[in-house]
Ligand binder design. Structure first.
Ligand SMILES: Cc1ncc(COP(=O)(O)O)c(C=O)c1O
Length: 394
């Protein structure tokens, strides 16, 4: 088979490969990025699905508009204004097959081979997987406890002035993988940079509803007067990732281009699932479910933070996220988490090595720990196993 050149850039996600090793139920896995199955409103979905079939049966089983069904888009417009102070009209929102589809369609309409994308370092590996197919170059920008270092970003933009920097990808709220949030000051600075250098921002807020402590920070999109921010969100963390339902907000021209690209990808998003989500939001069930999810994940986060404090060796540090699903751990220099992984599997514990999220291959001594998908009573045991492994290497 003579494959297209672009396949040379398409790397298998390290995480998906690693996860195959963690199917053994004795392994305590902090590796995947999955919501807890206990967060899924199974009974509610059962009731809603029945109602949808009774009310909208044939329509829910038919093809639908590429932009998504109007009632769901209208509800999301109202909800985003209420919860995130984001204002848009019907021509500025499109329903997608997961927010992952936005991470594919957005570069599809913007990136020529060799163009540049700014990414946080570390960043969501699924975004890199999607972007890679369009053969971009990257400008990685380091993170600290206040999110992307925007001064570093500006310097890098200045030194790459002659390059086609097509967009800046950021996960400002409870970032995947490192859990931290971009500070208010930096949110403003980031937007200012985007405006000054005329580079759009792709703002991915997949985790913003999962807040457990601290004050909520505004979406960058909420103070985007020049419509330079493209905003994406998802039902995956507050309803069910298996539904594959997300959405994107942006100026009308971009949404139109994305709609055309989406026509080529899948014609429309699953109609049945859109009707279910519409009922879930309209009936207010979403607002009853989210506090339950927050309570469950807050508890898990606290158990993990306490266990890290108790068991991890001196010289290690980790983020203390106010929300989301992840803690990012930095181990003493010299420990290579990728190399340690095979021993971790033998010790029946799993994580994802930090280099998987770093486009430039940095982060050898870092790892991502997921706390949402492990039973409360196994979290401390998993951390203990990891700590033992690390101590053996010191
Ligand atoms: C930061 C981020 N963005 C987007 C996605 C894609 O999510 P989905 O396609 O389920 O909406 C994920 C999934 O974990 C994620 O972590």
């Amino acid at each position: 088979m003579k494959y297209a050149d672009r396949t040379n850039f398409m790397k298998a996600s390290e995480i998906r490969e690693l996860l195959k090793l963690t199917e053994d139920p004795d392994i305590i896995s902090f590796g995947g990025g999955m919501p807890s199955p206990h967060s899924f409103p199974v009974k509610i979905v059962e009731k809603i699905a029945k109602k949808v079939l009774e009310k909208h049966g044939p329509q829910a089983l038919q093809y639908g508009p590429t932009e998504g069904i109007t009632p769901l888009r209208e509800l999301l417009i109202k909800r985003m204004e209420k919860t995130r102070n984001i204002k848009c009209n019907l021509n500025q929102i499109l329903i997608t097959t997961g927010s992952q589809q936005v991470l594919d369609l957005f570069p599809k309409i913007l990136i020529n081979p060799g163009d540049y994308i700014v990414v946080e370092c570390p960043t969501y590996v699924g975004a890199l997987t999607a972007f890679n197919a369009y053969q971009p170059n990257y400008i990685p920008v380091q993170m600290d406890e206040d999110g992307m270092k925007t001064h570093e970003l500006e310097e890098k933009i200045k030194t790459n002035k002659d390059k086609q920097i097509k967009f800046i990808y950021t996960i400002p709220t409870f970032q995947n993988p490192d859990g931290v949030s971009l500070s208010l000051e930096r949110r403003k600075h980031l937007l200012e940079i985007a405006e000054t250098y005329d580079i759009p921002i792709l703002e991915d807020e997949a985790y913003s509803e999962l807040i457990y402590s601290g004050k909520p920070l505004p979406a960058i999109k909420s103070f985007d007067k020049r419509d330079i921010v493209i905003y994406t969100h998802t039902f995956s963390k507050v309803l069910a990732p298996g539904f594959r339902l997300g959405w994107v907000v942006g100026n009308e021209e971009i949404i139109r281009k994305i709609a055309i690209a989406k026509q080529g990808a899948d014609l429309c998003t699953n109609m049945f699932v859109q009707f279910i989500a519409e009922e879930y939001v309209r009936s207010g069930l979403i607002d009853k479910q989210i506090p339950k999810i927050r309570k469950m994940y807050k508890r898990k986060r606290d158990i993990m933070l306490k266990a890290l404090e108790k068991h991890f060796p001196k010289g290690s540090s980790w983020t203390k996220p106010n929300g989301g699903m992840f803690i990012w751990v930095r181990l003493p220099e010299g420990i290579d988490t990728k190399e340690m992984f095979a021993d971790a599997i033998k010790a029946k514990v799993a994580y994802v090595n930090g280099t998987a999220f770093c486009e430039d291959g940095s982060g050898q001594n870092t790892m991502r720990l997921n706390f949402s998908n492990t039973d409360d009573n196994r979290i401390e045991e998993g951390i203990k196993r990891l700590a033992k492994l690390i101590k053996e290497r010191l």
